[in-house]
Ligand binder design. Sequence first.
Ligand SMILES: NC(=O)c1ccc[n+]([C@@H]2O[C@H](COP(=O)([O-])OP(=O)(O)OC[C@H]3O[C@@H](n4cnc5c(N)ncnc54)[C@H](OP(=O)(O)O)[C@@H]3O)[C@@H](O)[C@H]2O)c1
Length: 224
Amino acid sequence: MRAGLAGICDRCGQPSLAREPALLDVGRPQKGETVVVSAAAGATGSVAGQIARIVGARVVGVTGSDDKSRMLERDLGFDATVNHRSDKLREDLAAACPNGIDVYFDNVGGRVLEAVLPLMRTHGRIVCCGAVSQYDSAGPAPGPAGVPGQLIVKRLRMEGFLVSDYIGEWAQAQEQLAAWVAADELKVLEDIVEGLESAPRALIGILAGDNVGKRMVRVAPDPA
Ligand SMILES: NC(=O)c1ccc[n+]([C@@H]2O[C@H](COP(=O)([O-])OP(=O)(O)OC[C@H]3O[C@@H](n4cnc5c(N)ncnc54)[C@H](OP(=O)(O)O)[C@@H]3O)[C@@H](O)[C@H]2O)c1
């Protein structure tokens, strides 16, 4: 049984607000901490980053384009952004996170994870959500430099999760997310591609970063 969405957290024993599990249960961001989110303009990252902002953390998004970065800072309240295509990614991240990183919500693995690890603060938490940088590679990528050394020296916790672990909290999560949307605290980004015949291109495009928000394929008109 994982931490509930409301009531007492069965991991930390603290009273919990209604919560979105992945970031809040595994990452446990605190007010004032620095949270870095990769694929931050995507479906998962844009929500995780906004929830981190809602709980009072300082949020830094990693994206693959300056347009996406501008949108996150202008429309979604991210405090800073970094472009993962930069050839000085670690320096850019260090400049965006002058106090280090308390929580990293990792959607991509690979080069971004490797750049984040040396910047993690002692007792930091890495939420392993996905590894999109490796989904179209020929074989398994080598593990990032810094594992296990950085984990040991800084007593980091690196933990994966699957959304299905939280199926029991689904309804409460929907309720909380809907309340944040209604209060205009959480914005939903939708990226709709028309026609079933577009599905392969829509999927490949996600790996190339050509989506902003949740990519969906519309196969028929919306119900009236
Ligand atoms: N653990 C779970 O239960 C669970 C559930 C759902 C999804 N996931 C995972 O969460 C991640 C995000 O999924 P999503 O559906 O929300 O997709 P998404 O973030 O909407 O789209 C993926 C984004 O990843 C970025 N990207 C692609 N290649 C990259 C690379 N080499 N380095 C850095 N960024 C790269 C692209 O944005 P840029 O333009 O910024 O590069 C792209 O838009 C995926 O890894 C997915 O498998 C996990």
